[in-house]
Design a protein around this ligand. Structure first.
Ligand SMILES: C[S@@+](CC[C@H](N)C(=O)[O-])C[C@H]1O[C@@H](n2cnc3c(N)ncnc32)[C@H](O)[C@@H]1O
Length: 271
């Protein structure tokens, strides 16, 4: 059986099934055996059911199942059904065909894991949603390097923003290693990174994030002007900045999650 770990093997199996890699679905298949192994290692131990989004040709799915994971794989591309039937034959994998953004993630068992080479166009909304469910104990996934940098960014650095804060609210974030375009077939235009998120079990806080969205809505403005533009009362904003020892020209991207949380609390404290 083909290991699917070279461009040649991937080209052959696609050809045999009359298929081609669909760019629209982010189909860049991982063809590097050593990276495959490192992804499986980063996800272990498999202390809960493993969900994979986008099994593609089944290379990662197979590696996970062979390492003892109980895998549910959700694939949008119905054309891959016969091919996955072949590559996953005999393995205890549950295949679901459909859009991962419509999957009932709120119903997965607590302590589940996500392990995936994510389609680039749904990575951010999907990861945000999975964190919000509070059901995952570990998420290990490949994304474009630029998205990985935003997920792990510290305040005051260019990639820091709403995504960094959403991730920081829910989880400890690590960027484990980078992969060159040549680790995939067809090769994407950009580098990718493996990210591991370890949720802290903190409930979602939609009101805090409405405030943070307002603070970051206009990055060129000062925090004060961004909040005024969003309708927060001037005297409360000024008083809160003073209470936190922040100058009137401070920008949202200079503040960490804790400072933004305190700022919001002071703005909302009745006088
Ligand atoms: C980057 S490829 C990864 C394939 C395979 N896991 C690998 O590592 O070689 C992304 C996969 O996600 C699938 N996909 C794209 N959008 C999806 C969606 N909304 N829901 C589920 N799967 C999706 C694509 O068809 C493709 O198989």
């Amino acid at each position: 059986m083909s290991r699917l770990t070279s461009p040649k093997e991937v080209r052959e199996i696609l050809l045999r099934h009359g298929l081609f890699a669909e760019k629209r679905l982010g189909q860049n298949f991982l063809v590097s055996e050593s990276h495959l192994r490192r992804i499986v290692e980063a996800a272990q131990p498999f202390t809960g059911p493993v969900y994979e989004v986008g099994p593609g040709l089944g290379a990662l799915t197979r590696a996970l199942a062979e390492a003892g994971a109980e895998v549910t794989a959700i694939e949008k591309d119905e054309r891959l059904r016969p091919l996955l039937g072949e590559t996953l034959r005999g393995l205890p994998v549950r295949l679901v065909f459909g859009d991962a953004l419509r999957y009932p993630w709120e119903e997965v068992p607590e302590g589940s894991l996500l392990v995936a080479n994510l389609p680039y166009n749904i990575a951010t909304p999907l990861v945000t949603r999975l964190l919000q469910t509070g059901r995952f104990q570990r998420l290990v996934f490949l994304v474009q390097k630029e998205v990985a940098l935003r997920m792990v960014a510290r305040p005051g650095t260019p990639p820091y923003g709403l995504l960094s804060l959403r991730v920081a609210h829910h989880a400890r974030a690590e960027k484990l290693f980078d992969l060159p375009p040549g680790a995939f077939f067809p090769p994407p235009r950009v580098w990718s990174s493996l990210v591991r998120l370890t949720p802290k079990g903190v409930p979602d806080d939609p009101e805090l994030f409405r405030f943070i969205e307002a603070a970051f809505a206009q990055r060129r403005k000062t925090l004060k002007n961004a909040l005024l533009a969003a309708g927060y009362p001037k005297e409360r904003v000024e008083a809160a900045l003073r209470a936190l020892g922040l100058g009137p020209n401070v920008r949202a991207e200079a503040l960490d999650l804790d400072s933004l949380r305190r700022l919001r609390a002071v703005i909302y404290t009745p006088v």
